[in-house]
Design a protein around this ligand. Structure first.
Ligand code: HEM
Length: 368
């Protein structure tokens, strides 16, 4: 496969862009809109199912990740303070406590599933903390995040849409009950009540599956390359390498509002475009169902330039939650090294979802 390129794929009737420069150009191209929910999700859902999911349709349509221009900027700017360097620094001790509680509990057994016993719990609690949603149960947050990611990853599936509709109704009810609490996301998010509920749902969905994916990839990579990062720089290198080789979100989608061209390939108006975040042609991968331990062999090298990967996207829609994901990743790696030296991966089952990637099970054994 070429290291970068743009290709039209007949099977999916869309263009695929991969490699650092073409992908960046595509994500910065104003002709490629993020307003993709209707053409790339809703249009695949049978009308009768759509009618049965009114809350899902109405709320996801309001997500600012699917908007462009001033509308997007206003909504994004309103919630940015949650992820400011200062807020993230202030949250660090509480995140450390969450990781400690969860790891101590998991390590009561010498063998445990890192995904369900550690990554799911840490991600849900850290996201609840930053959003001010600590009164939501971890189980509910996980269920909502999973239902929404299954629906957005395969919108043609009526069963996924129905599950996501139930999740959105529960989430709206939760937001209604949490609205009067001071601080957190709901006091910052802009727009009408519906917009705030929509932003809450988008954050839970956007942050959970991706952070769980990152934690699983980082854990497996660290244990299999037999390294014990001990400084902030070494841990950061491990996390950035993990992100660059196993992007938890495989690609982002755009629609061509008007004709444009990427890396000298003409993209006609009305085309769907998938932009790979891991440097490979989305439709030509051996499949995210495989794990290639050969990729970044030898453990983490010197601190890598964060700008050298696209796992958090690029341009105006770049991930707003990246500082939280990095903090959580750093803390989990730090405590794993400290509490479980010599831990090994016993078995790994990659997730079937090729958009939100990671492991459905990652069994880890702690030496006795
Ligand atoms: C390893 C973890 C994560 C990965 C790999 C990731 C990846 C991404 C990517 C690639 C985008 C760009 C989407 C696009 O261009 O269409 C994005 C946007 C976004 N992410 Fe993340 N994300 C992660 C964690 C989080 C967390 C923890 C949160 C919040 C709690 C979050 C909230 C968001 C939001 C709100 C956007 C939309 C930004 C906008 O449209 O302006 N993400 N994320």
């Amino acid at each position: 496969m070429e290291p970068s390129g743009v290709r039209y794929h007949d099977e999916l009737d869309c263009y695929v862009v991969w490699g650092l420069e073409p992908a960046r150009a595509a994500m910065a191209d104003p002709a490629l809109t993020s307003d993709t929910f209707q053409p790339m999700n809703l249009s695949y859902l049978p009308e009768v199912v759509r009618d049965e999911c009114p809350d899902l349709v109405a709320l996801v349509e309001r997500w600012f990740i699917f908007r462009d221009g001033a509308d997007h900027q206003t909504a994004r700017k309103a919630v940015r303070p949650l992820f400011s360097p200062r807020n993230i620094r202030d949250l660090a001790p509480e995140v450390a406590t969450i990781v400690e509680d969860v790891l101590d509990e998991a390590m009561r057994s010498t063998e445990f599933d890192f995904v369900t016993e550690v990554a799911d719990k840490v991600a849900a609690r850290a996201i609840a903390l930053i959003l001010g949603f600590e009164s939501a149960s971890q189980e509910s947050l996980q269920r909502w995040g999973l239902a929404l990611s299954k629906f957005l990853g395969a919108s043609y599936r009526p069963d996924f849409a129905m599950e996501a509709q139930v999740a959105i109704v529960e989430l709206s009810e939760f937001v209604r009950s949490a609205e009067s609490a001071p601080g957190g996301l709901l006091s910052l998010a802009s727009g009408e009540r519906e917009d705030r509920v929509a932003t809450a749902a988008m954050m839970v969905f956007g942050g959970l599956q991706t952070t769980v994916g990152l934690l699983g990839f980082a854990c497996k990579y660290m244990m299999e390359s037999d390294v014990s990062p001990s400084t902030v720089g070494e841990r950061s290198a491990l996390i950035e390498r993990t992100l660059s080789h196993w992007a938890p979100l495989g690609h982002v989608a755009r629609m061509a509002d008007r004709a444009t061209s990427i890396a000298s390939t003409a993209i006609p108006e009305g085309s769907a475009v998938l932009i790979a975040l891991d440097g490979t042609d989305v439709l030509d991968r051996p499949g995210m169902l495989t794990w290639d331990p050969e990729l970044p062999s030898g453990g983490p090298g010197p601190l890598e330039d964060k700008a050298l990967h696209l796992a958090f996207g690029y341009g105006v829609h770049r991930c707003i939650g990246a500082p939280l994901a990095r903090l959580v990743g750093d803390e989990v790696v730090r405590q794993l090294v400290e509490k479980a030296p010599g831990a090994r991966v016993v078995s790994a089952t990659p997730k079937a979802n090729r958009t939100y990637r990671g492991f459905s099970e990652l069994v880890v054994r702690i030496p006795g």
